[in-house]
Design a protein around this ligand. Structure first.
Ligand SMILES: Cc1cc2nc3c(=O)[nH]c(=O)nc-3n(C[C@H](O)[C@H](O)[C@H](O)COP(=O)(O)O)c2cc1C
Length: 195
C-alpha cells in the first residue's frame, strides 16, 4: 500500500506527488497517463481524454503537452479549470486534482520545452497539416506534415491544482484524503475524509 492510516496527510501527499513524478519519467509507470476533463460551455458538455504526464513539481503542478488547435485548448480558453485523474492499478491509488490551467503557446515557456524535450519524430505530434478534430475523407489525409517542423502549434498546459484528493483502496477499509489551498503560494491543508 502506498498510503497508510498512520501517515500524516502531508506525508501521504508527498508520497503521491513523488509517485506521479516517477510516472512522468517512466513510460511503463501507471501514472504515466492522466485523464484530463474539461467543459465545453457552448455545447454545455463535459469532455475527457487521456494525456501523457510530462512533469509534476513539488507543489503538484502537472505539465502536459498538446496541439494548440485541439478542442481541449479551446475549452480551456473559455473555462480555465480542469480535473485530472491518475490511477495506479498495482498500488490501488486514485489521485484527482482540480486545477487552474495556464496555456503556453508561442511563448518562452513553450519554446523552452520544445527545445529541451521535443525532438525528431516526437515533433510530428504537434505539426500535422490538418488540425486535430477536423473532418477528413480518408484517414491518410491526416498523415501529412510540412517539410520543416516548427513549434507554432506546440502547447504546454501547466495545471496548477487548488484541490487534490487521494483514495487508497484497501479491502473494506479504504483511506481517503482531501487537500485544499487558496493559492499556489500557500501550503496545502489536508484532512482525512470518509471514503
Ligand atoms: C495513451 C494516450 C496518450 C495520449 N497522450 C496525449 C498527449 O500527451 N497530448 C495530447 O494532446 N493528446 C494525447 N492523446 C490523445 C488525446 O487523448 C485526445 O484524443 C486528443 O488530444 C484530442 O483531444 P481533444 O479533441 O479533446 O482536445 C493521448 C491518447 C492516449 C490514448
Amino acid at each position: 500500500m502506498l498510503i497508510k492510516a498512520k501517515n500524516k496527510p502531508s506525508q501521504a501527499l508527498s508520497t503521491v506527488i513523488n509517485e506521479i513524478k516517477k510516472g512522468s519519467r517512466d513510460s511503463r509507470h501507471p501514472y504515466r497517463y492522466v485523464s484530463l476533463a474539461t467543459f465545453d460551455p457552448a455545447a454545455e458538455e463535459p469532455n475527457i481524454r487521456m494525456l501523457i504526464n510530462r512533469e509534476i513539481n513539488k507543489d503538484g503542478t502537472v505539465t502536459l503537452y498538446t496541439d494548440a488547435r485541439t478542442h481541449k485548448v479551446n475549452e480551456l480558453k473559455s473555462i480555465g479549470n480542469a480535473a485530472l485523474l491518475f490511477w495506479h492499478d498495482h498500488h490501488k491509488v486514485q489521485v484527482t486534482l482540480k486545477a487552474e490551467v495556464a496555456i503556453h503557446n508561442d511563448d518562452e515557456v513553450a519554446e523552452e520545452y520544445w527545445k529541451s524535450d521535443v525532438h525528431g519524430a516526437a515533433q510530428k505530434a504537434y505539426t500535422p497539416l490538418v488540425a486535430p478534430g477536423e473532418r477528413i475523407e480518408n484517414p491518410s489525409d491526416a498523415h501529412n506534415w510540412p517539410k520543416e517542423f516548427t513549434s507554432e502549434y506546440f502547447c504546454v498546459l501547466k495545471c496548477v491544482p487548488f484541490e487534490m484528493e487521494i483514495l487508497q483502496l484497501a479491502g473494506k477499509e479504504h483511506l481517503r484524503l482531501k487537500f485544499k489551498r487558496d493559492n499556489p503560494e500557500e501550503e496545502w491543508q489536508g484532512d482525512w475524509i470518509a471514503p
